[in-house]
Write a protein that binds this ligand. Structure first.
Ligand SMILES: *Cc1c(COP(=O)(O)O)cnc(C)c1O
Length: 219
């Protein structure tokens, strides 16, 4: 990460790391926390519910699709939800927060997930749809929209992923220009492409396998 920052003239402090710990057992995560990892990412609410109460003391990010019927549990467990992919979900999160399920904070940080290149394998908003609905997200008083999130072309690691990241940055610039309430965060980059994502402006990389090793094939 530091090398990618140096190559692109960026301050290393401007890029944060989420260690994506899905499928990694709690015993190993205890070691990761002891080693100084302070942001962990999970993609399933149930798995997170088994781990978070026992491990505590990290900033927990939800990076996977959130079903509406798990939204209440997610609000209790996670510090940041990176995978908001519909207005209905955002409205539900905002309402749950209003019902007082959020003890210590006033606004829940979220990212809006964008499918910038209409990849059928990925979740997220179509850019035009997001542009049309942006004001409605930013009106939700209990959500802090930190920025946009995307997934590169899976495991391509090549030019296609770079284009995805460039498009997300350009979309973010344009939407921030249209509505100054949108945060400037860009969550992009995974094990195979985080360096490229940093070169293209990522502020948050989500890295799993490069830290913890390959996951079991079913995960
Ligand atoms: C699993 C996952 C990651 C981490 O992927 P790696 O290839 O293991 O680095 C990042 N983001 C999301 C949304 C994921 O589901």
């Amino acid at each position: 990460m530091a090398a990618a920052c140096a190559r692109s003239g960026r301050d290393p402090a401007s890029v944060a790391l989420v260690a994506v710990s899905k499928t990694v057992p709690s015993e190993r995560l205890r070691l990761a926390l002891a080693a100084g990892f302070d942001r962990l990412g999970e993609n399933r609410v149930q798995e997170a519910a088994d781990k978070i109460p026992a491990l505590g003391s990290a900033e927990w990010h939800l990076v996977g699709h959130l079903q509406k019927n798990k939204a209440a549990r997610a609000v209790e467990l996670f510090d940041v939800i990176e995978s908001v992919d519909s207005l209905a979900l955002a409205v539900r999160l905002d309402r749950l927060l209003g019902e007082g399920r959020l003890s210590s904070r006033t606004r829940l940080p979220v990212y809006l997930q964008v499918n910038v290149d209409a990849d059928p394998a990925k979740a997220g908003f179509d850019p035009a749809q997001l542009e049309a609905q942006l004001g409605a997200f930013l009106d939700l008083a209990r959500l802090e929209v930190r920025g946009l999130m995307t997934v590169g072309w899976l495991r391509s690691g090549g030019i296609e992923a770079r284009h995805t990241f460039i498009r997300l940055r350009e979309l973010s610039d344009r939407l921030q220009g249209a509505d100054g309430r949108l945060g400037s965060g860009l969550s992009m980059g995974m094990s195979d492409d985080y360096e490229m994502a940093i070169e293209e402006g990522s502020t948050l990389v989500r890295v799993g396998r490069a830290l913890f090793g390959e996951r079991p094939p079913t995960a």
